[in-house]
Design a protein around this ligand. Structure first.
Ligand SMILES: C[S@@+](CC[C@H](N)C(=O)[O-])C[C@H]1O[C@@H](n2cnc3c(N)ncnc32)[C@H](O)[C@@H]1O
Length: 240
């Protein structure tokens, strides 16, 4: 069953969340998708660390996407890279239902989803060094200064993500809000775990490709500038 983002979680109780639950209603088709298509594709937000070879029933390179929205980008990537496994995290149930319907319609077996606060899932359920790439596309910009603390990209999250990637792993961030891109660059510049790579190096990486997203289209309609930031996990003395 879906665990709700408001489930009590002692160590995270005072953490500022990067989302507010939106009132968006599930369509009947989405509700049915959660019930009927969820088992097998939708994993609980709480529980022991996942064994990903069991979850995907194979060993393969893996990509994590945080805040996939309606999941259209995740569908396009999973279709393009059938030999790669994708794990998507999203708190908005209608988006999860929508994506389950698309995965079923396209017969894509290389995607699993969790409907729960990503910060909790990453810390509690995701194994170390498991993801060749991590994507955060157009996270909520929280433009007002008093809301900046709600931004998803913060030093503790980046440190937590770094533990889930092997040395050389890719981190791909995108936003249509330039002040957030600047904030992301500052957070990553202060991280000992990642170093930036240029667009040309990223272009040579199949895992760094992304399609246009729904939220990006909205930003472009509003005349916003879109920025992609690419990083690679830095090798440490232990080789991790
Ligand atoms: C602005 S939307 C962008 C959606 C999509 N990536 C796109 O580009 O169209 C940000 C999404 O992140 C989700 N989100 C925000 N904080 C989250 C968290 N802590 N865990 C999981 N999802 C989160 C929101 O529910 C929302 O759907």
């Amino acid at each position: 069953m879906i665990s709700t983002p408001s489930s009590p979680a002692a160590p995270f109780a005072r953490r500022v969340r990067s989302f507010v639950r939106r009132a968006g209603r599930l369509t009947p088709a989405q509700a049915r998708a959660l019930e009927v298509l969820g088992p097998g594709r939708l994993l609980p937000g709480e529980g022991d660390p996942l064994v990903l070879d069991e979850v995907f029933d194979r060993a393969a390179p893996r990509v994590l996407e945080i805040g996939f929205g309606d999941g259209e980008a995740l569908v396009a990537m999973a279709r393009r890279l059938p030999d790669v496994d994708f794990l998507g995290l999203e708190v908005h149930e209608p988006g999860v239902g929508h994506l389950l319907l698309r995965l079923e319609a396209e017969g894509l077996g290389n995607v699993r989803l969790i409907c729960h606060d990503a910060a909790e899932v990453i810390e509690r359920r995701l194994p170390n060094a498991a993801f060749a790439a991590i994507n955060i596309f157009f996270p909520d910009p929280w433009p007002k200064k008093r809301h900046h603390k709600r931004r998803l990209v913060q030093p503790p999250l980046i440190a937590s993500l770094a533990r889930r990637q092997p040395a050389g792993g890719l981190l791909h961030l995108a936003t249509d809000w330039v002040p957030y891109a600047e904030h992301m660059a500052e957070v990553l510049a202060a991280s000992p775990d990642y170093h930036p790579i240029g667009a040309s190096e990223a272009a040579a990486e199949p895992l760094a490709w992304r399609p246009e997203t729904k939220f990006e289209r909205r930003g472009l309609r509003l005349g916003h500038e879109v920025r992609d930031l690419y990083y690679r996990k830095t090798e440490t003395e232990t080789g991790q």
